[in-house]
Design a protein around this ligand. Sequence first.
Ligand SMILES: Nc1ncnc2c1ncn2[C@@H]1O[C@H](COP(=O)(O)OP(=O)(O)OP(=O)(O)O)[C@@H](O)[C@H]1O
Ligand SMILES: [Mg+2]
Length: 215
Amino acid sequence: MFTISLVGQKGGSGKTTVALGLAVPASIAGMVTAVIDVDPQATASNWKDRREAENPAVVSAQASRLKQTLEAARSSGAEFVVIDTAGRNDDSALNAARLSDLVLIPTRANIVEIETLRAVSDLLRIAGNPRALVVLNGVHPTATKTAEEARRMVRSVFGLECAPVHLCHRQAYADAPVTGQSPQELDSEGKAGIELDRLFKLVIEHVNKGTLEHV
Ligand SMILES: Nc1ncnc2c1ncn2[C@@H]1O[C@H](COP(=O)(O)OP(=O)(O)OP(=O)(O)O)[C@@H](O)[C@H]1O
Ligand SMILES: [Mg+2]
């Protein structure tokens, strides 16, 4: 079982968007996939209520029961698990980071959000330095230079690795959840879906580098 968590201090940075945008291609690829929603806002669980397709499974869980929930997912044969955490730096994010093989940190490419990565970097250290990647989100489609500058800052100031793939600001990210879909399902040739699929491929490369068994 490979476990990914989405963490970050800022609300609205794209944690749930990325969580679901990875869980959908994982289940389409044939992996037994589960999203564990530990955010009291229950955004991922509500998405599932609006969704017609059976997969991926979405489990709403209390943050304090995360370890047990992961054990249950493993026992029921889950291969790819995505933990969607709440937008703050609390014990739930710390717990999720501790229990994950890969931590993804979606971040808007502006200084106000990038500055919050200092707290995330501290959290990762306390969690024992799990593999972690910052994912720039909401980048203007023509702002390649802004993304490059943001990547440089993330690396040099906060010592965090940045994914070579970023997600642009696109309407499909906001439209897809309305019907409980991912952007890939809404338009298989759309740019948002293509970006998410590239991110998914990158994550799979991490999976193939070796699964760390935590639970
Ligand atoms: N790249 C993008 N382009 C356009 N809209 C986006 C993009 N990424 C996310 N959004 C929209 O921004 C809003 C916030 O995204 P999301 O719910 O994924 O953030 P979050 O980090 O999970 O927030 P929270 O901390 O509240 O859980 C949603 O309405 C989502 O559809
Ligand atoms: Mg969310």
